[in-house]
Write a protein that binds this ligand. Sequence first.
Ligand code: 2AM
Ligand code: CA
Ligand code: CA
Ligand code: CA
Length: 269
Amino acid sequence: MNVTLREEIYELAKEWVLEAGKTIREKINDPLTINTKSDRNDLVTTMDRDTEYFFMTHIKKTYPDHFIISEEGYGDELQSLDGTVWIIDPIDGTMNFVHQKRNFAISVGIYHDGIGEIGLIYDVMAGKLYSAKRGEGAFINKTPLPLLSEQKSLYDSILGLNHFWLCENRLVEESAIQRLVKTVRGTRTFGSAALEFAYVAEGIIDGYMTMGLAPWDIAAGIVIVNETGGVTTDAFGAELSLLGKSSVLTCNPAIQEQIINDYMKKGRK
Ligand code: 2AM
Ligand code: CA
Ligand code: CA
Ligand code: CA
């Protein structure tokens, strides 16, 4: 992607993210209309939909030839990542938004011909914008993020893991996940995949592993984590597709192989 055009797109995307965040903050105590999707804990609110609609209308008006992949239904049905594609989660961490009124993010990843060019993750209530452009490093607001430490052992690591790893699953044996949580220094569950990616980039957790994420949960995070030297694959080390759901491991490269080789089920793709 042409650098001047990328700069223009970045500035506009940032402006829209900050504006959408401001609107959410202003309405944070308004009564919410909450609906459920796949099950009673899979929540969606009018704020999720309104925020996505805001992005869709601005993008389609300014860049009619760009495409959108997004969670709440205003995006395009894409079979490929050809061209410029905005991959948007209007509110990542809706359960936190509803129950805690904090710890949720707006996530916008912009890809050109399948390559992640721009990542924006906005922790709306904290007013922290994690951002990156490919090859230009990552930032929190205007402060550059340092590269991740190359001296990192699994013993000294904090991992983002959620309770689903405790339930029976196809990816890891119960005994292996118990060994893993006893090996690492600690585990955390933040409830927003985008924020967990941002924390990996920031180096305040060393890895985040989860099942069944969609492109909008990870698109921005991949670009930001990349810029601080982190790596993102599925939970078996395979390359991720941004056209479907997948397990995800994003982490400091120093601990990636050990997690995959010593803990995950063998022989799985
Ligand atoms: P969401 O809030 O945008 O739905 C919660 O652990 C994390 O997993 C959030 O980033 C959440 O995104 C994501 N997630 C993906 N699929 C989900 C589902 N079916 N129900 C709840 N959270 C889901
Ligand atoms: Ca959701
Ligand atoms: Ca999400
Ligand atoms: Ca969402």
